[in-house]
Design a binder for this molecule. Structure first.
Ligand code: G6P
Length: 368
């Protein structure tokens, strides 16, 4: 194992650091091949023309990728998208729709609940399915009409990192592709989206360079009983993923909320013992997020702000800021993910937990 790990202490750390390459390799599908339906399978051109909505089924971290992808699919491709936890979907009455594309997302391609949810969808009358997986020829892509693979390489750490960010790259590529097929993406837009993808590995590298600062933050989390993660819009799912990573790796109770919902309950939890991580890039929701942060500050909560260029936050008493040196734009959720991964990793180091094999968890869950 030490040979495989190279200079890294854990597979998780190694896999976090492989992200610039994993993301560049995955983005290449679209940068070399274009945003064309054929990337998703031979039948994709025909299927993409007939569908008018999307349902994504997944579990765990892959479910949070789906929640993020929904924003791109609806804003770029203008296609209605629902996201559902596979283990819930498979046990409820559903309304079949042969114009709906059922997408499953899975690192392993073998998660039983996701597989059963797909079978259930098909049995109910859904005819079109697409699987987004990291493991070639695994059960889900073999059972789907269409398949596309993330190019993350083998992921060993139980807590998913590079599989998640490469899933996001595919979902973005899908949104742009569908947007093009559906006539909502111009040639100029295509160029801009391709450029965003080209810049992404560099932006990820910038985020990795924040590791020492996140290590300092980790000291402040390690002794806390719980933590709150806030985000808005497309960064809300990244807050969810941040809270999941903290739970999995450090056994600290963590919850994520859309920041606007704070006042409807979770604000009651906030005191000086509750670190609050806020994902606050410089986007159209920034002023709203700032107002939510004031609600936290006024109750004595300590704020840990992850942001990007030009968002005019300053480090003050009770407000800590870590900033990536670029404004990322549409792919910002992918860049902010790196910071929450590194934060949880460092809290785990301080707490001495088993980073690569958290207690009670398995890499892929092939039982119910
Ligand atoms: C397990 C893993 C998680 C993963 C989930 C879904 O619970 O511990 O990291 O997100 O399964 O796995 P999949 O292979 O379907 O993405």
């Amino acid at each position: 194992a030490s040979l495989e790990l190279g200079l890294h202490s854990h597979f998780m750390q190694k896999e976090i650091y492989e992200q610039p390459k994993a993301i560049a390799d995955t983005a290449e599908i679209f940068l070399d091949g274009g945003f064309i339906a054929e990337n998703f399978g031979d039948d994709a051109p025909a299927i993409f023309k007939t569908i008018n909505s999307i349902k994504i089924l997944a579990c765990g971290t892959s479910y949070y990728a789906a929640l993020t992808g929904k924003y791109w699919l609806e804003s770029i491709a203008k296609i209605r998208c629902d996201v559902e936890i596979a283990s819930e979907y498979r046990y409820r009455d559903v309304i079949a729709d042969d114009k709906e594309l059922v997408i499953t997302i899975s690192q392993s391609g073998e998660t039983l609940d996701t597989m059963e949810a797909l079978k259930y969808a098909v049995a109910q009358g859904h005819t079109h399915s697409l699987s987004i997986c990291n493991v070639m020829e695994s059960a889900l892509p073999r059972s789907s009409s269409l398949a596309i693979y993330t190019r993350a390489g083998a992921e060993i750490g139980v807590a998913s990192t590079k599989a998640f960010t490469t899933q996001l790259v595919i979902l973005f590529g899908l949104a742009v592709t569908l947007g093009r097929v559906r006539g909502h993406v111009s040639e100029a837009d295509l160029e801009r989206y391709a450029d965003d993808l080209r810049q992404l590995p560099g932006s990820i590298q910038h985020a990795l360079n924040l590791e020492p600062q996140l290590g300092v933050w980790a000291q402040k989390f390690a002794a806390k009983p719980s933590a709150l993660f806030l985000g808005r819009g497309i960064h809300y799912p990244i807050a969810l993923e941040g809270a999941l990573k903290l739970k999995e790796l450090t056994y600290i109770h963590a919850e994520a909320y859309p920041a606007g919902e704070l006042k409807h309950g979770p604000l009651a939890l906030v005191d000086e013992n509750m670190p609050v991580v806020v994902i606050a890039p410089n986007d159209s929701l920034l002023d709203k997020v700032k107002a939510n942060m004031q609600e936290v500050g006024a109750r004595g909560g300590e704020l840990f702000v992850l942001t990007d260029l030009d968002s005019d936050f300053t480090d003050t008493e009770g407000v800590h800021v870590i900033r990536t040196p670029r404004h990322i734009g549409v792919l910002s959720p992918i860049v902010h993910t790196i910071a929450v991964q590194l934060l949880s990793y460092h809290v785990a180091l301080v707490r001495g937990t088993d980073v690569d094999k958290p207690r009670n968890l398995a890499k892929s869950v092939t039982v119910e």
